[in-house]
Write a protein of this length. Structure first.
Length: 231
């Protein structure tokens, strides 16, 4: 069987109601099993008959981070948040069938009180460290908009070195051998700050797809990334 997992920053506050509806319609058409979403506010229509995990990060606008599953139920809440920025983190186990389970981690590099995103990503990695070490041989998919890029050779690089040291593979780098644009805004080079990482049981066949059509600008300023795993 195939398991389809998608990560996407839906840019809630930067979109009109019409654009937001278009984004949810697009997501509905993709028919993924698990959606890992940032800067989102779950749609009632899309959310019907789905398992929704949502953490609001804005008292004013109500947007936040979410994991939405089409048919799979969670069976364990896998971490306790300790650090500044960690409310943007979601970490849950999903039971796929009697033989397979997957831990889903949603990372969102929210800006901390000093104006840094790399700090909050490090905070979230600290939070999930016990989970990752406990699940040495189990399937973990970690994804999201880090607001941090492996393309920068400074404090950003330390984030990705740490993720690699934790045993995760960068799916974009593994499949394409290079970074790929996920931020649609004009930048000096094709800028990537959205990622999917996989750890454990990576002998299973998998592939990713980046929905990099220009029409995506109608919905968000980020491209969605979809991971398909053969279980």
């Amino acid at each position: 069987m195939e398991l389809k997992i998608l990560t996407w920053n839906m840019s809630y506050c930067q979109r009109s109601e019409e654009q937001r509806k278009g984004a949810w319609d697009f997501l509905e058409a993709l028919d993924v099993d698990i959606a890992i979403l940032q800067e989102t506010k779950p749609s009632f229509e899309y959310s019907k008959n789905r398992n929704i995990i949502f953490n609001s990060l804005s008292a004013k606008d109500g947007w936040g981070s979410s994991i939405i599953s089409k048919k799979y139920n969670t069976f364990k809440h896998s971490f306790f948040s300790c650090y500044e920025g960690s409310p943007a983190l979601l970490c849950y186990d999903f039971l796929i069938n009697e033989d397979n389970a997957v831990t889903i981690i949603n990372l969102y590099g929210i800006i901390d009180s000093n104006g840094y995103c790399t700090t909050t990503v490090h905070h979230m990695l600290s939070d999930i460290t016990p989970v990752v070490w406990e699940k040495q041989n189990e399937l973990i998919v970690m994804a999201g908009n880090l607001n941090t890029s492996a393309q920068w050779d400074d404090t950003h690089k330390l984030v990705f070195d740490r993720i690699s040291d934790m045993g995760f593979s960068d799916c974009t780098k593994e499949q394409f051998g290079e970074s790929k644009r996920t931020l649609i805004r004009d930048t000096p080079f094709p800028y990537q700050d959205d990622y999917i990482f996989i750890k454990g049981q990576i002998h299973k066949k998998w592939k990713i797809k980046i929905y990099d059509s220009k029409k995506m600008l109608n919905y968000s300023d980020h491209f969605p990334i979809e991971l398909t795993i053969e279980l």
